[in-house]
Ligand binder design. Structure first.
Ligand code: GLN
Length: 499
């Protein structure tokens, strides 16, 4: 381990193994995600509001499951086995969809949800393990990893839906097989992700191997095999449960009402077992987690209300691009553009002893988010009489929002690994993503609220109504940012030696 963590240069060499596995996994994930709502409406003939709710439910469950996946990894499987098992389930899910998406849609999706839960948090935790605690190159490493995420997201988000809709390779694929091929592509890239991991995992040395159980006499032994198989069986039991819950939105409500409080109780229990310094750090992590719910609640308008806004109120004054396409993939594109420069800026500022600490970075993230939403609000001043406004200005707003995402999301991953105790790494990463689950859920509620009773209004009325909503969201983001910066001395104290 020492050998890995004592690397020279900017990045540990092992990060590439994780980078590529995560890139392909995100290709699969965002490829599917991009197809969900479209497929539900055009192929499964769900009405729009039903589709919206079920879509939001799948997203909320995906992120909620990362919490479960994180705990099982910590306690029983270890990160590598979890990742492997999660990848397998994702492959099974996408193969089911590739074979018969119309009849087995929710079954396939549910496999993918559980699989992502085992895969996603644990690969992120392993990135953190490549660094010694206190290594100030950690944030830059997570920025690079985040670029991998978005490279996959960008490609998958674009190709899968384009193939499914028949906008690409239409002459090569028979019309009734397009969706099969699109979901099949997600399966294929997931296989590539796992193969990449299998062949490169050797380099990770001891990182992510099974956790050890501490005996009373201080000796450590391997976890019993039956527990490992128990986890596999249990995760298969979750699949039909998720299928049922996704199909009935009120079950999602009940789930969201219970999982959060239960998680908090469990976290407090774990906090009571550790020393005060550790406890304070976990408490600081919790503050980051809670703020991130607000962040994602606003940010995730992108998959919901902003797609509706893009469809009705944006022109194509940017290279003739389709506004929905830009709204879907613009963020990932900008991240690719800025991830490495931002990582380098942090390192440069660090050398000059000017690097803001994590709390201030989070605060900046909110300020950029707020500014971005104000910029979306401002598009209204460039609208024509029909209520259609400039895609270019909207894209500028997306860029600002992306800067905000870069100040919060990769840094959030990094800080989770730094603030949690050794034993709770997977769980804390899972909690970080659980916050995304709540963010998705919240985003759905906000979006639905903005959309109420506007279905039949004119584009101009829509423009006014939506932009007013975005102005409010901008304000909330700014308030959250200012609040975070104001409490930063306190949080800094809780974090003790972690920066
Ligand atoms: N876009 C990032 C990813 O897919 C972050 C998602 C999130 O935490 N909500 O990893």
């Amino acid at each position: 381990l020492e050998e890995i963590q004592d690397f020279k240069g900017k990045y540990p060499r092992q990060i590439w193994s994780l980078f590529f596995s995560e890139m392909w996994e995100r290709f699969c994930f965002y490829g599917m995600r991009g197809m969900l709502i479209f497929f539900m409406i055009s192929e499964l003939k769900l009405n729009e509001s039903e589709a919206n709710l079920q879509y939001a439910a799948t997203q909320a469950f995906v992120y909620a499951f990362t919490f479960v996946g994180g705990i099982f990894a910590d306690k029983i499987l270890g990160f590598r086995k979890s990742l492997f098992w999660g990848g397998l389930l994702m492959i099974v899910g996408s193969m089911i969809l590739a074979t018969n998406p119309h009849d087995f849609f929710f079954l396939g999706i549910s496999f993918t949800v559980v699989g992502t839960g085992f895969f996603k948090p644990n690969i992120s935790t392993m990135v953190g393990k490549l660094y010694k605690s206190g290594d100030n190159r950690t944030d830059a490493g997570f920025s690079l990893f985040y670029a991998g995420i978005n490279l996959g997201a960008f490609l998958g988000g674009y190709f899968c839906i384009a193939i499914g809709k028949g906008e690409m390779f239409a002459n090569l694929i028979p019309e009734d097989k397009r969706w099969n091929v699109a979901f099949g592509l997600a399966a294929v890239v997931m296989v590539i992700s796992l193969i990449n991991f299998i062949f490169t995992q050797r380099r990770l040395g001891p990182i992510g191997l099974q956790p050890l159980k501490m005996l009373k006499n201080g000796q450590q032994i391997a976890i019993e095999k039956w527990k490992e198989y128990g986890v596999y069986v249990l995760s298969l039991v979750f699949v039909p449960l998720i299928m049922i819950m996704v199909s009935k939105p009120e079950y999602t409500d009940y789930f969201m009402y219970t999982i959060g409080p239960l998680t908090l109780i469990y976290l407090f229990y774990e906090m009571s077992l550790v020393e005060k310094i550790e406890r304070n750090k976990l408490f600081a992590a919790l503050i980051f987690i809670i703020f991130s719910i607000v962040f994602w609640g606003i940010y995730e308008q992108s998959g919901g209300s902003l797609s509706i806004f893009a469809a009705h109120n944006l022109n194509n004054d940017l290279l003739g691009l389709d506004p929905n396409g830009v709204n879907n993939s613009g963020g990932a594109f900008f991240i690719l553009l800025v991830a490495v420069p931002i990582g380098l800026i942090w390192i440069w500022l660090n050398k000059k002893k000017l690097e803001p600490n994590t709390i201030i970075k989070f605060g900046l993230g909110f300020l950029f988010l707020g500014l971005g939403f104000y910029a979306i609000f401002a598009t209204k001043f460039f609208a024509n009489l029909q209520g259609v406004t400039s895609l270019s200005i909207f894209t500028g707003a997306l860029f600002i929002i992306t800067l905000g995402e870069m100040c919060l999301s990769p840094i959030g991953l990094s800080i989770m690994t730094k603030l949690s105790t050794e034993k709770l790494q997977g769980m804390m990463m899972g909690m970080w993503f659980l916050a995304s689950a709540y963010g998705q859920y919240l985003a759905g509620l906000i979006g639905a609220n903005m959309a109420t009773a506007r279905e039949n209004s004119s584009n101009l009325e829509k423009l006014n109504a939506y932009t007013e909503g975005y102005k409010d969201l901008g304000l909330y983001a700014v308030i959250a940012g200012v609040l975070l910066i104001a409490i930063s001395p306190l949080v800094k104290k809780l974090m003790s030696d972690v920066k």
